[in-house]
Design a protein around this ligand. Structure first.
Ligand SMILES: [Zn+2]
Length: 114
């Protein structure tokens, strides 16, 4: 979603059943009702890190923070890929947001509809 005031990419924030798009530049935001109700979704999702070509310190720091692991391990996870988390949609959402905002490649099985 693009900010209609300054054309910046907006940030997606989910709060319960609300889906909010916030612009990082100006204060513009749009709130909608979350189209999918995560609370009633009983699917267990698996979150995999895919092999990333570009491994930066920032990406390693994100993995370290998410998994509580050491630098060496975070680098090898980013390089080789690994299943790092499984759980209900709302349990893995924060992790997904952290990966997305740091441009880390990942996949979710089954397909994550949110
Ligand atoms: Zn804006």
């Amino acid at each position: 979603m693009i900010c209609e005031k300054c054309n910046k990419e907006m940030i997606r924030v989910e709060k319960g059943r609300d889906l909010i798009w916030k612009c990082p530049e100006c204060t513009f935001s749009i709130a909608t009702t979350n189209p999918n109700d995560m609370d009633t979704d009983c699917t267990i999702y698996q979150l995999f890190i895919l092999p990333n070509d570009e491994i930066t310190k920032d990406k390693r720091d994100v993995i370290k923070q998410l998994l509580g692991c050491f630098t060496l391990e975070s680098a090898s996870i980013l390089k080789d890929g690994k299943m790092i988390k499984q759980g209900y949609a709302w349990e893995i959402l924060d992790t997904i947001n952290a990966l997305m905002s740091n441009d880390i490649k990942f996949k979710i099985t089954p397909n994550f509809p949110y």
